[in-house]
Write a protein that binds this ligand. Sequence first.
Ligand code: 6R9
Length: 651
Amino acid sequence: MMTQADRLDTLLTEERRFAPPESFRNQANYRDPEVYERAARDPEAYWAEEAKNLDWFRPFTKILDWNPPHARWFYDGTLNAAYNTVDRHRFGPRKNKAAIIWEGEPGDSRVLTYDMLGREVDRAAHVLKSLGVQKGDRVTIYLPMVPELPIAMLACAKIGAIHSVVFGGFSARALHERILDADAKVLITADGGWRRGNVVPLKRNADEAVQGTPVEKVLVVERVGAAAAAPWTPGRDVSWREAMAAAPATPFPCEEMNAEDILFLLYTSGTTGKPKGIVHSTGGYLVGANTSLRTVFDIKDDDVYFCTADIGWITGHTYIVYGPLSCGATVVMYEGAPDWPDRDRYWQIVEKYGVTIFYTAPTSIRTFMKWGPEYVQRHRIDTLRLLGSVGEPINPEAWMWYHEHVGQGRCPIVDTWWQTETGCAMIAPLPGLVTTKPGSATRPVPGISADVFDEEGQSVPAGSGGYLVITRPWPSMLRTIWRDDERFARTYFGKFPGIYLPGDGAHKDEDNYIWILGRIDDVINVSGHRIGTMEVESALVDHHAVAEAAVIGRSHEVKGQAITAFVTLKEGIAATDELMNELKRHVVEKIGALARPEEIIFIADLPKTRSGKIMRRLLRDIAEGRVLGDTSTLADPSVVESLKEMYKDKE
Ligand code: 6R9
């Protein structure tokens, strides 16, 4: 795979251009470039106009209050996110339209119409209320990809409680930390989840995680039944099924929320060991999510929309739940692995439900490439009309494969750059308007002002690179970091005052297209998942045998980046294969399988500068087998030689 330098080389020679096919353009929601000019002339007026696509209880009269780094949008308006995603469709002409088509990994399936979804959300809201959940309370949700996950989120939204969804792949320890930080009093989990035919023991993790937290009630969804025998704690554990059956069948009145009230927290990795609780608002977030589906995803009432992300990540929040449902769309939701029972599972789902819009990550596309096109070719997938990519930079080769084999040369591809913090896609083509270039997310969407700055905070000229920045506030921007406003200000607005710094490097080409080069901080991106190197390092040094650890992301053909850990051991401890495996297990236990180091290299000393800083770039160069650059700042040059030797042995 590519380093940032390789990426630059590629993009400078990438000549292919794909104009929107005429047939697509003619039916697109946006086919007049006027939208870009209008939004650029007056972004606030543009967003205020877009905000009218939501139903407000009390319409806003104020658009923006910008007091950097704090923004408030539509802040005298009131609304409810569950009303906008469910009730307004349910009590209108979409009453019997499929809202969620759910496909379980073992092959079971469930279709929830907007009316059915609405009734489930109402019941779940009654259940949460009966457990003592009130407006503003935090509810942590640790569920597999089952319909109860969006139902639980929307029930929180209905009550005005703040949900904090924790990805089911996180360990008990990681869940524990997130429950504590959010100060949640209810946890919603399942007995287990299916993954490649195996049971993920969610309830057992949950039991461990809630020890020593303020959680009073654990609501347990039954998914795998007898396959997961976890002990039951009477008085604390509540069966979802029984509680739902006992709940009144009456509508639950929507809490009237201020636009600036918090809709949810979602934890993401940063440059320290402590994950950040990203805070999203109700009004601005929903405006961003809703607009994005209509602009970037060209959503229509007859679309069948399939996003392969897990709802435990921001992509699932915005592009499975809040975005498409607020548009009244039909969403396909899949529980399991792409290669279960075979490698054609996604295409089988596309054929089965007639999917028209498909959204996935580059790491998946590279995996499909490795498997070969025959799995795609097994199925009729000609219902597809638009493809999306998200999570990491897409290499032109993967883009072309996606275009040819999945898009059959005819579907536009929207490469969408965005983050947990931005709430929705920021740099992405409008598919009926923008000519795409393989590997570039193209240009900011209407209403977003993105640029590339140099070290001094000046916009770089076309044909050069620097820091990606967002120069104006936007509705779905994070409002703060939960209980750490100082870290919020420092992390995102500390370098260039009043300017949002995402932490990615970027290049601006001659047409002012933006090419994202990857993270410029100590965050690595493994299969589209953000992992802080510090998180993995703290997990490693927490083991009794480890003295020091340095973690880097090394280029990986399929995952984009893979975790390599350089570890020094305490005196007298032998570097064995058993220990290596034990350390990998230790990281999995501390964080989750997504953070398992691909390789652990035991070394005598870490290369450090004279001021004691670990030279990560050097470690990366060694791991990726590159010629070493300047090592003159190295305190002990002999360290490098022994490292190179060690590394040779590994290969
Ligand atoms: C939505 C999501 C955010 C980081 C981001 C960047 C990388 C995401 C990308 C992309 C290049 C794209 N990233 N999309 N890089 N092109 N289309 O992934 O959120 O998990 O917070 O990750 O992912 O590095 O800063 P999140």
